[in-house]
Design a protein around this ligand. Sequence first.
Ligand code: GLU
Length: 373
Amino acid sequence: MTPSVIAKAKRIVVKVGSALVTNDGRGLDHERLARWAEQIAALNKQGKEVVLVSSGAIAEGIKRLGWSKRPHALNELQAAAAVGQMGLVEAYERGFRSHGLHTAQVLLTHADLADRERYLNARSTLRTLLGLKVIPIINENDTVTTDEIKVGDNDTLGALVANLIEADALIILTDQPGLYTADPRKHPDAEFVHEAVAGTPELEAMAGGAGSSVGTGGMLTKILAAKRAARSGADTIIASGREDRVLERLAEGERIGTQLLAKQAVYAARRQWLADHLQVRGRLSLDSGAANALVHQGKSLLPIGVVMVEGHFQRGEIVACVDPEGRDIARGLANYSADEARRIARRPSAEIEAILGYVDEPELIHRDNLALL
Ligand code: GLU
């Protein structure tokens, strides 16, 4: 087997899940946190730049507040996150300080990453912190996020951060050893996947596809996170956080867990930002000709290929493009508002002026403002 990709990776995002951080909800596992800090400090000494994405705020908040079970009300979850986040940063700060390293708390929301200016600000702050040899500890800003503006899970957040800082690798530490060809609890003949290419449909099928019990248990979000991270060229490793010295051993080249390689062409930074929009203002349903022109011919989207326009968006806002099978195939910046798009849909561009009384561009989305998914 070839050595782990972590041996050569210079900039790495490490994501640790709630179950690991809080010892399955029993409260912060200080000893384990201290061991990660020790390993990350060792990587840092080797010249690697590491960003830590840590879950566990809500679980630790629930524990600190003495609640017996996870609440359903959003405001209570948000309160728990605010309480628990204190515990997380305290524990990491202490852990890293003993290795002479400073930490920085960075709480992000999807809205921060969707706004181009805030995205660029977050990127430059993280780069500055890494340049200062500070360890950024990132979590979603759960206290202020509602469904409309949240990333939702930290596997996805880890991938977005990997794209944001152009990391070479994303390591997702979990309580499973990695990916199996099928759910090993139900299929005793399931095989362990040591290596695969990120972003293939076969991989998604292995994780059970959307809505399966394994998928909702977390492997699917990890596979989709690997697909997302691959767009900026980052390879992903899914491994057990319970493995002894897992990060240092990976950095030594040892193969642990499942390695998902980024083999696709890397998106340019701006296109990457477009593709990373999880929330969109509207949806354009395309006919098969338009879908084909986008996916296979590198063309712009013309109004004539749009059969339905949903949502409310203004010129310059982000919309999704959906093919006739209902697959989300692209994200782009609309040249016309939703109302205008409804009026010019299915019509040739030469008629735009007669319909709207003016013409901005012949395309509904120009190729330069479009990212395929
Ligand atoms: N941000 C959440 C927390 O810190 C965790 C989300 C996740 O684990 O995916 O509790």
